[in-house]
Write a protein that binds this ligand. Sequence first.
Ligand SMILES: Nc1ncnc2c1ncn2[C@@H]1O[C@H](COP(=O)(O)OP(=O)(O)O)[C@@H](O)[C@H]1O
Ligand SMILES: [Mg+2]
Length: 344
Amino acid sequence: MRIAVVFDTPYAKWTPEQHRQQMEDELAGKTGQEAELEYQVGQALIENRHEILLVGVKDDARVVLDHCVDWKPDLVVNCAEGISGAPYDYLFPGLLESAGIHYTGSPPLGLLVSRDKAMSKKILAYHGIQVPGFATWAPNEVITKAPPLRFPLIVKPLASDASEGIAQASVVGDLAELKERVEFVQQRFAQSAIAEEFIEGRELYASVIGNEATLEVLPLTELVFDKDKNAPEERIATQSTKWQEPYRRRKGIRYQFARPVSAGAKERIEAICRTACQALWLRDYARIDVRLADNDEVWVIEANANPYIARGHEVANAADKAGMPYDKFIQRIVNEAVARHERA
Ligand SMILES: Nc1ncnc2c1ncn2[C@@H]1O[C@H](COP(=O)(O)OP(=O)(O)O)[C@@H](O)[C@H]1O
Ligand SMILES: [Mg+2]
């Protein structure tokens, strides 16, 4: 197939050929860093004998359509997370739909709804899925009284991801701390703040691949914390936890395949994934983050419509464990998107 890989990039004017060169350099280890996701995906597509075009967008999403009209891909693999760092991920599938181009992953509605940590919880609750109680404050709204929630709470930007704005100080024990952190989030991220009841428990990630009848919940992964660190703020995926291996090592935190989970909890997590994917308009692949409480109750923390699918991270690791090494995993996403269009 002819497959265009669309992604956001800091390089405004780079051509597909320049990205191709960068891809080769990064994959050859010349930059000394993990290759960008789009290049890992591009490489996997080449291994699967597809012809690829690497389309990077910095601040002008129109280049996507220009390239697609010109090159006429059979499919776009959508790796875009935003434009110039702003969360306009939903624009890419919107543009592609407007031009009748097929693409992998969730549609605009799925991306918009799952990005909003309050909206997605309202929908999940409607479908009978257990989510933490929460309250939100608009960007300029001042807190006047404590919300009717059980402290401790965790305060987050309403629509960020990748643990942006999540630190130990996000966990607040009283109204004064809540006010301070909400103001910090409002100012720092120029967006609404959400405070959720803190759910104690194991942190599990359920990666999902497929749609409806082909939907498969892959082996669970887990973020395991040092057993001697019991304060709530020591048991969350802060930004440092998520992105800094040395920090994790120092704090005794690790990502791994999940330790044993009861058959009942596993079954409930799988059922939750199926319902959540349908309820939140998720497609082809996704990751649902849950907390498993001591009493075996499952709480959904977040649904990720556009999870990070680079090698060595939760979704790709889970796929690997399910018998899909990276190239096969990327091909499976392609197959799911193609099959979805054939059914439509
Ligand atoms: N209600 C909650 N109870 C307990 N921990 C939470 C809760 N909400 C978030 N966390 C912790 O904070 C992390 C980041 O929150 P999340 O909503 O997933 O934001 P992001 O979109 O940045 O990943 C979670 O992985 C979890 O460790
Ligand atoms: Mg998350």
